[in-house]
Design a protein around this ligand. Structure first.
Ligand code: FAD
Length: 742
């Protein structure tokens, strides 16, 4: 562009606009800035672009397990699951048995993220996820205990930010479990608003090991800290201050992270909390003016004040693995047990799975299982490729845990009294009790949906917004104007293209939208392209209208977040189906997930427009986004029936739905008994029509005997029928406790 035109554009258009933007943009605190800049974006930004590159998604390499990882999962993890008696753990001893702790230590369960050079297992994020998922399907308490040392905490922080000396000292000790870590961020007065912690450390000199040493006197009061009751190494977040200017001019140095041995004088490990009846260890920690030398700061003195950024980066990786894996394990357990139980349990003379009401509950359970597995696999593969997905990890945290909750609630309904009466044979009740833990930790769900997903997503995924904000905050006026001008006109071009794209695709039902050449599912890719353009347009206009006030419009932000989340989850489902060789038998589940996703997207966009800050603008946007009204219908009853039927049918699809969880194949676990009953019932169903002429007034044993006498069935068939009866009765039975034992 000729320089005279550029100068004219900058002076007459960009300059006055920049002045306006500077006025309306709220100032960003350091912690907000860190949170916005931490981690990476990738596929989420592509979904936001208005024209996602499907080739990029489909060619993205999915992590597969190495033979060493497979051996670990089939060996020590299977053995661990056999050792775990969740009823005994949660109800009798209220802690994990000593032999389980020893087994964790012996097999290196706490060192999955630590490289081999430090004695760790050095597993991929995907393998780590498979391990947590399998344990979670057996015992939530045991899974949480494994999750914590492998997630946000000392090891993860040391690996990214530790000094060589810290790594060489602590990582081998963490690998061998000589050190049990915990990480303390939350306090009584700083929960979700963790950055606002009152805990502080004052830079000073004090005597340490007989020498005058530079360090900090730290005071803290933290609660809800997992593993704190037995931790030997406390990761601690506090605000560092330097009132005596021992380090420089700055007084408030910012959030700082340190590693403190818990036997340091002044460290108080409080009594245990008891979260939702779960036996994993959790409790408070306190300290008053506990002196720590500078080299206990993670990364040493240069890292003072950088703690929030470090935490946000580490959270992106950890949040992508732990809770999504636990949720996926629980969702798969619901899919495997509910589908089997519904087929085994008969009421009104037929398996309850035949009732449409039960199908309505089974279909989302199956879909959630498929979708969470797909999202878990893609997201851990992103981490394995070196990404620290900031927005995607928030999407996954919220949706994995809330869809697990949906599955568990529906599974409880399908099981009726069987899942309510607790005891060693109840495989669901404890997962149900533990739900609020996953919902609350690592960013409570309401906050994550209302503020985090799109609050971060809009800025991080938008191709120009971050540059505009950066330019507006630039103290160098000339550079700021240049950058602003560039971003502004890039943005205008992008916006215009998306406006045309959205209008065209929405008018033509997306038939001309880009999609990969795949059989059966191409239309869902097209719809996603169409939705991507619509999302980009509505976001731009809304941000223009609301400016800095967008931050406080949580309901609108939450619904935008829902749109982006559904798009991500749908793209995971499509990729999973593609990567698994596009099996046709899985298509009903893939369709069900996509139709529900598109319907949810439509409803979220609709609600945004219904509650729009400007009615005339909403009217115009409605013409672009919904020119023919609401066209995305939820899954039909027929599709729901197909999905529910598939979920109950032993075979490849059902195996894929439940892949990777503990089945109790080598034991007498209740889930294994249920699986055996399912097989027996399905075999018996083929014989039962031969008994159709016999009166239903007889009890089942009598009917089988009569059928045999009348030679309607063979001896072998009678045995099969009796076996199905016997196994079903065992599965339907619930625990009862003699007086004095409860
Ligand atoms: C079992 C358990 C284990 C834990 N382990 C650890 C650990 O190892 N280390 C550690 O540091 N912490 C840990 N935590 C703390 C956990 O991260 C916090 O509980 C969580 O951050 C929420 O804080 P809070 O419980 O004080 O809830 P609050 O912050 O009081 O939140 C209450 C409700 O308000 C909502 N809310 C808050 N702000 C907003 C907003 N702006 N918009 C919308 N809604 C909002 C929240 O979503 C929530 O629903 C653990 C907690 C539990 C229960």
């Amino acid at each position: 562009m000729p320089s005279s035109i550029l100068a004219f554009r900058q002076n007459k258009i960009s300059k006055p606009l920049l002045a306006k933007v500077r006025k309306i943009l709220p100032p960003l605190s350091d912690t907000e800035q860190d949170a916005l800049e931490a981690g990476t974006v990738g596929w989420d930004a592509e979904l936001f672009s208005g024209k996602p590159s499907w080739q990029k998604l489909l060619s993205f390499p999915r992590t597969e397990l190495s033979s060493e990882e497979v051996d670990f999962i089939n060996g020590p993890v299977e053995q661990l699951c056999e050792m775990l008696d969740d009823w005994q753990i949660n109800n009798d001893s209220k802690s994990l048995p000593k032999e389980v702790w020893n087994f964790y230590k012996e097999k290196g369960f706490f060192s999955m993220i630590i490289p081999k050079q430090y004695g760790g297992l050095e597993f991929s994020a995907y393998a780590h996820s498979q391990v947590v998922m399998k344990i979670a399907s057996r015992s939530i308490s045991a899974a949480v205990t494994v999750m914590v040392p492998n997630s946000l905490g000392p090891a993860e922080l040391l690996l990214s930010y530790g000094t060589e000396q810290q790594k060489n000292y602590y990582l081998p000790r963490l690998s061998s479990c000589e050190e049990i870590p915990c990480f303390a961020l939350t306090g009584p007065f700083s929960g979700s608003d963790a950055a606002n912690m009152p805990d502080f450390g004052v830079v000073c000199y004090a005597q340490h090991e007989g020498q005058e040493t530079l360090g900090l006197k730290v005071t803290w009061n933290k609660r809800y800290i997992t593993l704190s009751p037995i931790a030997t190494l406390l990761g601690l977040a506090f605000r560092a201050t330097d009132p005596n200017h021992l380090l420089g001019d700055k007084e408030d140095l910012g959030i700082t992270l340190a590693l403190i041995p818990t036997d340091t004088p002044g460290v108080i490990t409080g009594h245990r909390h008891y979260p939702c009846r779960q036996a994993f260890l959790n409790g408070p920690t306190q300290g008053t003016e506990v002196f720590i030398p500078m080299d206990w700061i993670i990364g040493g003195q240069p890292r003072i004040g950088h703690g929030w950024r470090m935490l946000m980066e580490a959270l992106s990786a950890g949040r992508s693995i732990s809770l999504p894996s636990l949720s996926s394990g629980a969702a798969k357990l619901c899919a495997s047990t509910s589908s089997a139980y519904a087929r085994v349990r008969k009421q009104f003379g037929v398996p309850i799975s035949k009732f449409e009401g039960i199908e309505e509950a089974l279909a989302p359970i199956a879909a959630n299982s498929y979708m969470l597995d797909a999202a878990r696999h893609l997201t851990t593969s992103l981490v394995d490729q070196g990404q620290k997905p900031a927005v995607i990890s928030a999407i996954l945290k919220y949706h994995a845990t809330s869809r697990m909750r949906e599955s568990v609630n529906l599974a409880m309904d399908i099981h009726g009294g069987k899942a309510i009466c607790d005891g060693p044979n109840n495989y669901l009740a404890n997962v149900y009790y533990s739900l609020p833990v996953s919902i609350t930790v690592e960013g409570a769900n309401i906050l994550t949906r209302s503020m985090i997903i799109f609050g971060q997503g809009a800025i991080r995924c938008h191709p120009y917004l971050q540059s505009i904000i950066r330019a507006a905050h630039d103290t160098n006026q000339h550079q700021g104007l240049e950058d602003f001008d560039k971003a502004l006109f890039g943005h205008l071009g992008w916006h215009t293209k998306n406006m045309c794209r959205a209008l065209w695709h929405n008018l033509t039902g997306g038939v001309f939208a880009s999609a990969p050449k795949v059989k059966h599912t191409h239309k869902y890719y097209r719809h996603l392209t169409r939705v991507s353009a619509s999302l980009a347009v509505v976001t731009d206009i809304t941000l223009l209208l609301l400016g800095g006030k967008f931050k406080f419009k949580e309901s609108i932000s939450a619904r935008f977040g829902d749109v982006l989340s559904e798009m991500y989850l749908m793209s995971c489902v499509l990729k999973q189906h593609h990567d698994e060789g596009a099996p046709e038998e899985d298509l009903p589940i893939v369709r069900w997930c996509c139709l529900r996703g598109l319907h949810n997207i439509q409803e979220a966009l609709q609600q945004i427009l219904d509650n729009y800050p400007s009615k005339p603008v909403a009217w115009c946007l409605r013409r672009i986004i919904f020119p023919w009204g609401r066209r995305f219908l939820p899954p039909s009853d027929e599709l729901t029936h197909q999905v529910a039927t598939l979920a109950q049918l032993p075979g490849a699809t059902r195996n894929r739905l439940c892949q990777g969880i503990y089945t109790g194949a080598n034991s007498d676990a209740p889930v294994q008994r249920l699986e055996e009953a399912l097989q027996a019932v399905i075999a018996a169903e083929k014989i039962e029509p031969k008994l159709a002429t016999l009166s239903r007034k007889m009890d089942s044993q009598q009917r089988i005997k009569t059928a045999l006498e009348q030679q309607l069935i063979t001896d072998q068939e009678a045995q099969q029928l009796l076996l199905a009866e016997q196994l079903s009765a065992a599965v339907i039975a619930v625990d009862a406790f003699p007086p004095g034992t409860l």
